[in-house]
Design a protein around this ligand. Structure first.
Ligand code: VGL
Ligand code: ZN
Length: 327
């Protein structure tokens, strides 16, 4: 039905789409699951038209329409979606870095029923589970601080540095690092995924923070962007357009992963009730940063409509078009 309405646009305008008929197309394309059009900022409409009108003659002709369909509309109607379940590990839920003892006082285990329900009901094309996976001499552990030279950013004497302080290790590479309690040490109980988390068939596990001298909050990159996991490569291989992120902690590993996902060009969705975090201020900052990057933050009950292409958000559509400009 949608395809027909777009075919009509191209047929009835023999020369192609004018700005006016392009606006009508946007109103039919960018709708919610009840077919209600989303508000689209006027600057976005203008920018989009100019992008697709590649020869600048103020008409999207047949050839330009073809390009727009293949590179843009097709993905909006039929996205390819991956879910990244970030660090739903024992230590963050009830172990040495249980987030319920952190400032925001949130309960990590509450993500489990939400994520399991998503895994049971949503046709994701692929599911990835990440694990924070540290060697015992890892740089992020407060207990290991004397293994390497560092200075305190608050000018404290190194012997007065406390748990959760941020310090600068001399390196190389020189690294700012928050000092956490020992957590997620490879092969220990704390590093295991929570036993109630559902593991789906054909899913992929990604390990991060595996090198002693550098931390890795994002599932894509280490904190200095010196090395990558193979997540981006795998997503590209699968032709993934849309990345959904949930897990622990919203303002740390989930947030860094979502921001990197935006920057790598994926249409990115944070599943708000599928995440729990450490600090209220940082959680809000993370959401604002995602907003600026044209990610969307949704409740889990909206994910089905997004994955099946019936809820089609302007932010994600616009972001994808700009990305193509960058290439
Ligand atoms: C995390 C602190 C330290 C996380 C990992 O998974 O959010 N937080 N390492
Ligand atoms: Zn860690």
């Amino acid at each position: 039905m949608i395809k027909q309405s777009f075919d009509n646009f191209s047929d009835t305008n023999a020369k192609g789409l004018t700005r006016k008929s392009f606006d009508n197309l946007l109103s039919a394309l960018l709708v919610n699951e009840d077919n209600k059009p989303y508000h689209i900022p006027i600057q976005w409409k203008t920018h989009l038209f100019n992008l697709f009108d590649t020869n600048g003659d103020d008409i999207i002709d047949n050839q330009e329409f073809q390009q727009m369909w293949n590179n843009w509309i097709h993905t909006i109607l039929e996205p390819t979606s991956a879910l990244i379940v970030v660090d739903v590990q024992n230590d963050f839920i009830s172990g040495s870095l249980a987030i319920n003892k952190c400032e925001a006082g949130q309960q990590g285990e509450e993500v489990i029923p939400v994520i399991n329900q998503l895994l049971d009901t949503i046709p994701f094309n692929k599911v990835f589970y990440s694990q924070d996976w540290h060697p015992s001499d890892h740089i992020s552990f407060y207990e290991n601080r004397t293994l390497r030279k560092f200075s305190s950013i608050e000018g404290k004497c190194p012997s007065n540095v406390n748990l959760y302080d941020t310090v600068v290790f001399e390196g190389p590479p020189q690294t700012r690092q928050k000092l956490w309690p020992n957590h997620c040490i490879q092969q220990t109980w704390g590093s295991l995924l929570h036993s109630q988390l559902k593991i789906v068939d054909n899913s992929v596990f990604i390990y991060k923070g595996t090198q002693s001298h550098i931390d890795s909050y994002s599932v894509f990159w280490d904190n200095q962007r010196l090395s990558q996991t193979n997540l981006d490569q795998q997503l590209q291989g699968l032709g993934v357009s849309d990345v959904y992120v949930c897990g622990i902690a919203t303002d740390i590993c989930v947030g860094y992963t979502a921001v990197d996902s935006c920057q790598l060009g994926y249409r990115t969705v944070l599943i708000d009730d599928g995440c729990r975090g450490v600090s209220d201020t940082a959680i809000n900052q993370t959401k604002q940063q995602l907003d600026r990057n044209l990610a969307v933050c949704v409740h889990s009950n909206q994910v089905y409509h997004l994955v099946t292409g019936s809820d089609r958000r302007p932010e994600l559509a616009y972001k994808m078009a700009i990305k193509q400009l960058d290439h």
